[in-house]
Design a protein around this ligand. Structure first.
Ligand code: SF4
Length: 213
């Protein structure tokens, strides 16, 4: 019998996509600090975190539904799953902010939603070709097709996170343009000290490869 892979939290996929080091700080070192973005996120999730079921116009709406995928080793919970009259599930993930995020940041939300879709397919046996992200500031949904590329990315990301957790090694901080755009919005910047850590890594790397140093 093949052992099931160690479970990876669904939220870790979004964290890893944003910054592998952020993912490591949260899921390896259990570190979490709040900033304006995390507090806004908590406010958005205040209702969806409460389990509950409502039915409107034949659609059953379940909040805070536990999700899992044994073969992929994924666990977590949904914000909202809408079950259509035929029973087909439709995941909706709630995010704070506007739906007009930079494409590379929005892609991290898409990845988390796709992981939820794969869990729902595993749990219900029903295809989940689509889901949506609901952005609280815009009060609008953005529909996401759960295509082959996104599915493959879920599998690869879960595997990368599992390897990082098994190694116990914290990934390096972001560099360059990614760091300039992402670190300022990261609640873990004081704990991470990306500039100091990156400078130390770069200096060590130069020394390591300079035989005269
Ligand atoms: S401060 Fe930057 S490098 Fe550090 S965890 Fe946050 S996003 Fe990643």
């Amino acid at each position: 019998m093949v052992d099931a892979p160690d479970p990876v939290p669904l939220s870790a996929l979004q964290h890893w996509c944003y910054c592998p080091r952020q993912c490591g700080l949260i899921h390896l070192e259990q570190a979490f600090d709040d900033n304006l973005h995390t507090l806004r996120g908590q406010a958005v999730h205040a209702r969806t975190d409460q389990p509950g079921v409502e039915t409107a116009r034949g659609v059953r709406v379940e909040r805070a539904l536990p999700l899992w995928h044994d073969a992929l080793g994924l666990v977590g919970k949904s914000d909202v799953v809408e079950f259509m009259p035929g029973g087909a599930p439709y995941p909706v993930e709630y995010k704070h902010g506007s739906r007009h995020k930079a494409p590379d940041i929005a892609a991290c939300d898409d990845l988390q939603l796709a992981a939820q879709a794969l869990c729902l397919e595993h749990m219900t046996g029903q295809p989940v070709p689509e889901g949506a992200l609901y952005y609280a500031s815009s009060r609008r949904r953005r529909v996401v097709a759960i295509g082959a590329e996104l599915r493959a990315q879920v599998v690869a990301t879960a595997q990368a996170i599992r390897q990082m957790l098994a190694s116990g090694e914290l990934p390096p901080p972001l560099a360059g343009e990614q760091a300039a755009r992402r670190c300022k919005g990261c609640s873990l910047i004081d704990r991470c000290q990306p500039l100091a850590t990156r400078a130390g890594l770069d200096a060590a790397r130069q020394t390591l490869f300079d035989p005269d140093a």
